[in-house]
Design a protein around this ligand. Structure first.
Ligand code: GRF
Length: 192
């Protein structure tokens, strides 16, 4: 049976990472099996490191502070990803601005907690919560040179609830992320 290999890039808690590993790793879909070959982080204290290891996924830590600029970090990142010969790279809370060194060499998709093109960047959930919009949501897109701007692959909304606390709102956005990302990854891999 064909194996489709993925790498996951993360920087923090790793809830999406864990959810992807739980739902897709070593599982068979149609005529192929998915293997999460490696989880790579730029943050040596990321909580996701333990989560990946608990599921038997190899972790590589590339501390960005040890590189003199973004290009040299990305160069090493590309080298590590290529060494695992993956079909697709999944960004799951990877808090790095990527350079052409990465974009031109790696096929990658990302999840963003807003209805893009609205609320790009690192404060999407707060900005979406504070906005006048009646809806919020999650977008999965291809990674391109401009931040949070690649081709949209999947997008879903939730209704805002009047007087809902930020914590409750954030939790509902994260629940939607967990529902959407494995499905979108699978859809993408089927077409590769
Ligand atoms: C998620 O909200 C994701 O959309 C954003 O970063 C967050 C990562 O959370 N890009 P986690 O590390 O998966 O818990």
């Amino acid at each position: 049976m064909k194996i489709k290999k993925i790498a996951i890039l993360f920087s923090g808690i790793g809830t999406n990472l864990e959810n992807i590993v739980r739902t897709l790793h070593n599982r068979e879909f149609f005529d192929f099996k998915i293997e999460v070959c490696v989880a790579i982080t730029n943050n040596p204290t990321a909580l996701g490191i333990e989560k990946a290891k608990e599921h038997g996924v190899e972790v590589v830590v590339l501390n960005h502070k040890e590189f003199c600029d973004r290009e040299s970090f990305d160069k090493e990142l590309v080298k590590v990803i290529k060494s695992f010969d993956v079909d697709l790279t999944i960004l799951a809370g990877f808090m790095r601005i990527l350079t052409p060194v990465f974009i031109e060499n790696v096929k990658a998709i990302n999840i963003h907690p807003s209805i893009l093109p609205l609320f790009k960047g690192a404060n999407a959930i707060v900005e979406s919560y504070n906005s006048n919009m009646k809806i919020a949501g999650v977008t999965i897109h291809e990674v391109s040179l401009e931040l949070d701007s690649g081709k949209i692959l999947a997008q879903q909304c939730i209704q805002k609830i009047e007087n809902e606390s930020f914590e409750s709102f954030k939790q509902r956005v994260h629940e939607l992320e967990r529902e959407m990302y494995p499905k979108a990854i699978l859809d993408y891999l089927v077409k590769l």
